[in-house]
Write a protein that binds this ligand. Structure first.
Ligand SMILES: Cc1cc2nc3c(=O)[nH]c(=O)nc-3n(C[C@H](O)[C@H](O)[C@H](O)COP(=O)(O)O)c2cc1C
Length: 493
């Protein structure tokens, strides 16, 4: 790898603000691993810093209940264009000096097809806060990552991010074909009808309505349109999106099975290895020359977090790489410091064990799990956790007899899931409440009345050797590293 930084990739479209996208995208990692601090640190280097848009509403109110150290949330809210909404959020959730030990966090209402006005406002404000803070103090590019599967909050969080001037929107975990249309509607401040996928639906008209006009009690501002990158794992999806005038993104992130978080399932028949992991084969390899032929820039993700990975990606015609695991363990990431330290220690000792688990995520997608003592990767910890569903971000709507909507999650208590909600018990087996587990992993675990706190679950990609290589590159004595050092390492500076 030479020392000349790779060229930036420009997306020029007369209908949009010109966005210049750099060779390194810091992956959007939920919940709050890619928080504003990490995205800000990366964007300052000129590379694309990305905040995770997942559960930003819960994170926002938990930070306020922890006293908002540094006053960051309140500083951002002071710039929110709807001051009365900002004041109400602070008055409702901020605790001077933080919660008393053991006091549970106050939860927010769950999203449904008819989210309460206060919840809509909170989701918009939380999206704004995260992007505002990520953009503060520099001119580097900032993106927001949204999971297509967690669909109800998308229009609200995205609108908040756009109010804060987000430069790029990256959406994966599902087919994001509606996103260009949604971004355009929100930019104009028009009413949104956001179709909901409903299980056992008798018709296809289920949708969430979002009216920016009602939020502003006036004509909303016209907003700049961010670039849109679709996160894909197959040529089929990329070709389908690129070939459709209404769905065509500005580019792609092509993510392979080694990536952290959720992965696309294998394309072939369902096969498991001896450890219960899905088996991927040649059918899951993305044809990169075919990606080049689509004529849109793309970034490669999943074990590309090294100078040689960037070189390999560019050699294959990519504009650069999206990197997760290396950034997840850097000083600025939002992962709980003790978990980060344990993951780095395990990586250095060559003892890091990352499994692709097909059961753990209520979404049904394979999910990467790092074995960490005391977390839900440990069957004993998992067995002692009592199922509860008090956040509900992964609930999916289903149509009840008579047509009304219910909401269920395969990680909720079995009695309700298989009882009144009439779902199959087999679908609940092995599922983990990722809402509570990932908030715990982000350092804001819920306290329970018996004095316990929710256990964490750590997700990382399989490329733990990359951490060892980076630390070696930094001189071998270090146990931590910064986001800027990751960028320097990747660019060969
Ligand atoms: C802790 C963690 C959480 C992640 N969460 C998300 C997510 O919420 N949305 C998403 O699109 N990708 C997510 N990813 C994937 C990353 O954005 C990135 O594409 C991937 O990790 C790249 O592979 P690498 O880890 O080998 O660098 C996550 C990755 C990690 C390590």
């Amino acid at each position: 790898m030479g020392s000349t930084p790779p060229a930036q990739h420009s997306i020029h479209d007369p209908a949009r603000a010109t966005t210049v996208l750099p060779p390194v995208i810091q992956g959007g990692m939920g919940v709050a691993v890619s928080d504003w601090r990490l995205a800000n640190a990366v964007a300052r280097t000129g590379q694309l810093g990305v905040v995770s848009g997942t559960a930003v509403d819960v994170m926002c109110v938990r930070r306020l209940q922890d006293g908002d150290p540094g006053g960051h949330i309140r500083r951002a809210l002071a710039h929110f264009p709807l001051p009365e909404v900002a004041e109400r959020i602070v008055a409702t959730y901020h605790l001077d000096g933080g919660r008393a030990e053991g006091v549970p966090y106050r939860n927010i209402p769950m999203f449904s097809a008819r989210p309460a006005q206060r919840l809509q406002e909170l989701a918009v404000a939380a999206g704004f806060v995260e992007v505002f803070l990520a953009k503060e103090g520099h001119h580097g590019p900032v993106g927001i990552n949204l999971l297509r599967k967690i669909e109800a909050p998308i229009p609200f969080v995205l609108y908040g991010a756009m109010l804060a001037g987000v430069d790029v929107v990256l959406v994966g975990a599902g087919n994001p074909h509606e996103l260009p249309g949604l971004i355009g509607t929100l930019a104009r401040g028009d009413d949104v009808t956001w179709a909901l996928r409903v299980q056992q639906a008798s018709h296809s008209d289920h949708a969430i309505a979002f009216r920016p006009r009602e939020l502003f009690h006036a004509t909303p501002p016209v907003l700049a349109r961010p670039a849109f990158l679709a996160i894909v794992a197959s040529n089929d999806l990329a070709e389908g999106l690129a070939g459709s005038p209404s769905a065509r993104p500005d580019g792609f992130v092509v993510e392979g099975p080694p990536a952290g978080g959720h992965n696309a399932p294998p394309r072939g028949p369902r096969r498991l290895d001896a450890r219960g992991q899905p088996i991927y084969d040649a059918r899951d390899e993305v044809d990169l020359p075919a990606m080049v032929a689509l004529g849109l820039p793309f970034w490669l993700a999943g074990r590309y977090g090294a100078p040689a990975g960037l070189e390999r990606a560019r050699g294959a015609g990519a504009a650069g790489v999206q990197v997760g695991t290396l950034f997840a363990l850097c000083e600025e990431s939002g992962m709980a410091p003790a978990l980060k330290a344990e993951a780095v220690r395990a990586a250095r000792a060559g003892a890091g064990d990352v499994r692709t688990d097909w059961r753990v995520s209520p979404t049904g997608f394979p999910f990467k799990v790092l074995s960490v003592p005391g977390t839900l990767s440990d069957p004993e910890v998992l067995a002692t956790r009592e199922r509860t569903c008090d956040l509900g971000m992964l609930r999916v709507p289903y149509e009840r007899e008579g047509g009304s909507l219910g909401y269920r999650c395969p990680a909720e208590p079995l009695a309700s899931y298989t009882g009144a909600k009439a779902a199959r018990e087999a679908n609940a087996q092995g599922r983990v409440c990722l809402c509570n587990a990932l908030l715990a992993s982000a350092g804001v675990p819920q306290s329970r009345p018996d004095g316990s706190v929710e256990p964490a679950l750590v997700t990382l990609g399989t490329d733990l050797e990359g951490i060892v290589d980076l630390l070696r590159h930094l001189g071998g004595q270090r146990e931590t590293y910064t986001a800027a050092e990751v960028v320097e390492y990747l660019l060969g500076a």
